[in-house]
Design a protein around this ligand. Structure first.
Ligand code: ATP
Length: 241
């Protein structure tokens, strides 16, 4: 599914969090939005799923305008978000958290197949199937958050900071899982403060500063850009190849 943001602006009251952002994510590709804390990355994600209204601009999926659709209809159209901070149900098991991602679906057999797919993607979750959300490690929570988004059978998967707070070995596993997801043809838009990780997974990279897009380039160019290296990739120890 192709995603287009066309001159998107988003305000929180008087705060202008996102300014005239235009991004075109090709169907089946992986794209990254990188930028510092507070640059507006999560706000863009919330705008795409309809959790905050745009103050200007347009969002399209496969050429269809969705700017004013409620979140539920966007989910039905194939957009799923794995939010920053994971937002799991802490008193529900891993299994039920995963199933909650399929709440709009009625195709029992396909739901079962997708559950099998999620457990195969994250074998650790098979062992933790009956554990409550609140008893999971950060990495396990992140796996459930992504797995739950996948249970909506998305055509566009939005991943907000999938590596946040995770140990390097877990980040490495997560990178492998994201690559596998992308191979299934799902379009992936990833926001990350871990620029190196995000760019190494993506075809295109978009750099956000103070709510504005300052660069949109092939991720491989950004990975080797000296200025960007200094600003964002400097001492990043989490090189994922
Ligand atoms: P982070 O990685 O810390 O989430 P970010 O790049 O995702 O950073 P946003 O969370 O999108 O940044 O925030 C962008 C700007 O909007 C910041 O100035 C932030 O303080 C502000 N902001 C975010 N959420 C709200 C809110 N609910 N109400 C008011 N201001 C907000």
């Amino acid at each position: 599914m192709r995603l287009e943001l066309d001159n998107v602006s988003i305000h929180y009251g008087a705060i202008h969090a996102v300014r005239d952002v235009s991004i075109d994510v090709a169907s089946g590709s992986v794209a990254a939005i990188i930028g510092a804390n507070g640059a507006g990355k999560s706000t863009i994600m919330r705008g795409i799923v309809g959790l905050v209204p745009l103050s200007k601009g347009e969002i399209r999926i496969d050429g269809r305008v969705i700017t004013n659709l409620p979140t539920e209809q966007r989910t039905r159209s194939g957009i799923a978000l794995s939010p920053e901070g994971r937002k799991l149900f802490s008193e529900m098991t891993v299994h039920d958290n995963l199933l909650s991602g399929a709440y709009l679906r009625r195709d029992a057999r396909a739901i079962r197949d997708d559950l099998d797919m999620v457990y195969a993607l994250f074998p650790r979750l098979t062992e933790r199937r009956q554990s409550l959300g609140r008893n999971l490690s950060g990495g396990e929570q992140q796996m459930v958050a992504i797995g739950r988004a996948l249970m909506a059978a998305p055509k566009l998967l939005l991943l907000d900071e999938p590596s946040l707070g995770l140990a390097p070995a877990v980040i490495h596993m997560m990178a492998g899982a994201i690559r596998k997801i992308a191979l299934t043809g799902v379009t992936v838009l990833l926001v990350e403060q871990n620029s190196h990780l995000a760019l190494s997974l993506s075809q295109m990279g978009h750099v956000l500063e103070g709510g504005r897009l300052v660069r949109s380039s092939p991720a491989s160019d950004l990975l080797h850009d000296e200025d960007l290296k200094r600003a964002y990739l400097g001492d990043d120890p989490l090189v994922v190849k």
